[in-house]
Write a protein that binds this ligand. Structure first.
Ligand code: IPE
Ligand code: IPE
Ligand code: MG
Length: 237
């Protein structure tokens, strides 16, 4: 495939702007989150269409627990409902769902629903959907360092043997390639503690559109933007 029609193997999206969308439409914040489900469906279909193999969605950050309890509760309820409503289509499209983040903080009910979704979609071969849940990059790195230290203490690892690959292997994303392309909607230009290690050479794109308004055309436009980028990885072409 030529440079100009290459497709990112892994896209990561910071789905931002649900609250502002709700405010703009005179609705409650939770309605903004509910409206964010349709662009998730659309993006999954687009990934399958374009042949993108991994899609990571920043769904709930470790910092998001600090939001009003009512909003947090409604987001948890939305996770559970989505498992029920979306799993059949995910299976049909060959989407395998995985998670990154520390899920132990979720209620038993939410953990049960999430595990069920992973189990039921385990055989999907077209696309891996990675949901970042109770995720933040610093927390992920902290957990990785703690396990590395533990393995060093047990003699499984020697300090001299720790290279970049070792660190990658202890992160939640060990099984997945680094993201090629990070999209953040709503016009904010920051990573907000998302994939800091993995994003080293990712291309980034910050469209103004609020997440609930993100359409298949916006997705296609993002692919076009990616295709115009010149990735050099520190080298000379
Ligand atoms: C992103 O939308 C969804 C989550 C963080 C769960 P926001 O809720 O952050 O929307 P804004 O940024 O307030 O508009
Ligand atoms: C990042 O968005 C987290 C998710 C999209 C899940 P936030 O809205 O929480 O981030 P800040 O507060 O604008 O940095
Ligand atoms: Mg936000």
């Amino acid at each position: 495939m030529s440079e100009h029609n290459r497709i990112p193997q892994h896209i990561a999206i910071i789905m931002d702007g649900n609250g502002r969308w709700a405010e703009k439409h005179g609705k409650e914040r939770y309605e903004g989150h509910a409206a964010g489900l349709e662009p998730v469906r659309t993006s999954l279909r687009s990934c399958v269409k374009w042949g993108v193999k991994y899609l990571t969605l920043y769904t709930f950050s470790t910092e998001n627990w600090g939001r009003p309890q009512k909003e947090v509760d409604s987001i948890m309820e939305l996770f559970c409902q989505s498992v029920i409503s979306e799993t059949p289509e995910l299976k049909q499209q060959g989407v395998r769902v995985r998670m990154i983040g520390d899920r132990s903080r979720f209620s038993q009910k939410v953990q049960h629903y999430l595990a069920q979704m992973e189990e039921e979609t385990a055989h999907g071969e077209n696309l891996t959907l990675i949901m970042a849940l109770n995720y933040s990059s610093r927390d992920e790195i902290r957990r990785a360092v703690s396990r590395i230290a533990d393995d060093a203490r047990k003699g499984i690892l020697t300090p001299e043997a720790i290279d970049e690959q070792t660190i990658s292997q202890y992160l939640d994303t060990a099984e997945y390639p680094d993201p090629d392309f990070i999209i953040r909607t709503s016009g904010e230009c920051r990573l907000s503690n998302f994939l800091l290690w993995q994003a080293s050479y990712a291309e980034m794109y910050f469209p103004e559109v609020l997440w609930p308004d993100f359409t298949a055309e916006d997705f296609d436009r993002a692919i076009e933007v990616y295709q115009q980028r010149d990735r050099r990885f520190g080298l000379v072409k």
